[in-house]
Ligand binder design. Structure first.
Ligand SMILES: NC(=O)c1ccc[n+]([C@@H]2O[C@H](COP(=O)([O-])OP(=O)(O)OC[C@H]3O[C@@H](n4cnc5c(N)ncnc54)[C@H](OP(=O)(O)O)[C@@H]3O)[C@@H](O)[C@H]2O)c1
Length: 393
């Protein structure tokens, strides 16, 4: 019997976590059991937990309540036979634990059991996994290079997250890029979405772009995309004193400013677009007060400063909007047809990943303790800006 190990998070206090183990349930008709090999963990994953309730991230990989699971697994009474025997009880539907949740991560997994005619044991998949050793899936819409997890509880969730790459069928799949794909693809694909969205809106009339939390990988990818377009406005990265030297070393932003210097160093006379990764009420509020009418638009992308969230004093709500990359990808699928945007984003990621090799160090770890240690470091904001974690159980 296979044992599943999970890192579970207390939904209302992500600092409280536990490692839980359980027996893998037997897979049903059409299901597979995938062993999660390795996955990346960055501030993006912490954010999934921070907005888990609001955006629905806890719904992907619910913690199954232990008692309900036992009830579901209990066999019918073997002594009850013959006419008089009561009908075998229907297995109780597993109950989702409301207090504990599992944060989704991007990575690779291998199929270790299969009851699906078109998905063989040994297949390797790239996509969205739980912080766990294994997961049961219900492959659907199986194509040579992709499949969808058609599990009922995921039906209402954004399609981008339910779609998996069957890497053996991908033209030019290069296993040497696995670590970068886990770490950078979801972030740089978002960067490309942001670039495409801002360009499509004529940069909101801005002549400069400010990116708070400029040391985040999503910000760095955005700076690559803007920097490659001679029509794009200049980009100012705003970061903490701690990460300033790492951001300067990238030589990517037209200017690098520390949070405490924003008013002194940012020209408020220039029409400005803010692409905010920080989610910091104080930081964004200060920028809005400083820029006033010249704050043309703020795209609220991230919440890396998750303990300073909310709207700061002076926040200009009517020119700010949340950005949700899966929504932009869906929009482009209907504008351009399925797969076109993904191909462009994939090519952008590949090129940007090559360029990132001169600054990014990927650190690895294996086993539940290594996973927990990496998560703790990222959660506390202690991972250096030039490091990415790839771990597995
Ligand atoms: N809306 C979307 O569709 C979408 C898609 C992808 C990513 N995102 C968001 O983009 C953000 C960046 O994600 P990422 O994975 O690229 O980040 P990352 O590379 O892990 O970024 C780390 C940076 O975030 C800041 N930070 C992290 N933890 C912190 C803490 N505890 N306290 C203060 N600052 C902290 C620091 O930057 P500074 O010192 O420079 O502030 C740090 O260098 C996330 O919030 C993510 O959810 C949004």
């Amino acid at each position: 019997m296979t044992e599943i190990t999970e890192l579970q998070f207390k939904k209302d206090d992500l600092a409280t976590r536990r490692i839980a183990t359980r027996e893998a349930p037997p897979i049903g008709d059409g299901e597979i059991l995938a062993k999660v090999d390795r996955f990346a963990f960055t501030a993006n994953n912490v954010t999934y937990g921070v907005v888990g309730e609001r955006i629905g991230y806890w719904k992907f990989f619910p913690v199954v309540d232990a008692q309900a699971r036992q009830a579901a697994a209990a066999p019918a009474d073997p002594t009850a036979v013959g006419e008089a025997a009561p009908p075998a009880p229907e297995p109780a539907a597993p109950q989702t634990n409301q207090e504990w949740g599992i944060i989704p991560v991007w990575g690779f997994a291998d199929v270790v059991q299969s009851n699906h005619p078109d998905v063989a044991v040994g297949e390797r998949l790239y996509g969205y996994w739980p912080t766990a050793s294994h997961v049961v899936m219900s492959p659907d819409k199986v194509k040579p290079t992709r499949l969808v997890d058609g599990a009922a509880h995921r039906a209402e969730l954004p399609p981008v997250y339910n779609s998996y790459a069957r890497v053996a069928g991908e033209a030019g799949y290069d296993p040497a890029m696995d670590d970068e794909r886990m770490t950078l693809y979801p972030l740089y694909a978002t960067s490309y979405c942001l670039y495409d969205f801002c360009k499509d809106n004529n940069w909101f009339g801005a002549k400069q772009v400010i990116i708070p939390s400029a040391s985040s990988k999503t910000a760095i990818g955005t700076a690559y995309a803007f920097g490659d377009d001679p029509q794009a406005p200049r980009v100012i990265g705003v970061t903490s004193a701690r990460n300033e030297s790492a951001v300067l070393a990238l030589k990517l932003y037209d200017d690098v400013v520390r949070y405490e210097e924003m008013e002194a160093r940012i020209d408020a006379g220039i029409p400005t677009l803010i692409i905010d990764m920080s989610g910091s009420g104080p930081v964004v509020g200060r920028l809005h007060r400083h820029l006033g009418d010249n704050m043309r638009y703020t795209s609220n992308v991230g919440i890396t400063h998750y303990d300073a969230g909310g709207m700061g004093d002076g926040f200009i709500k009517d020119r700010s909007a949340m950005f949700f990359a899966p929504g932009h990808i869906q929009k482009r699928a209907s504008d351009w047809g399925p797969g076109v945007f993904e191909r462009k984003a994939f090519e952008f990621w590949r090129q940007a990943a090559f360029r990132s090799r001169n600054w990014l160090t990927i650190k690895t770890g294996a086993g539940a303790n290594a996973v927990e240690a990496a998560v703790e470091e990222v959660y506390k904001g202690e991972t250096p800006a030039n490091v990415g974690w790839v771990v597995g159980f």
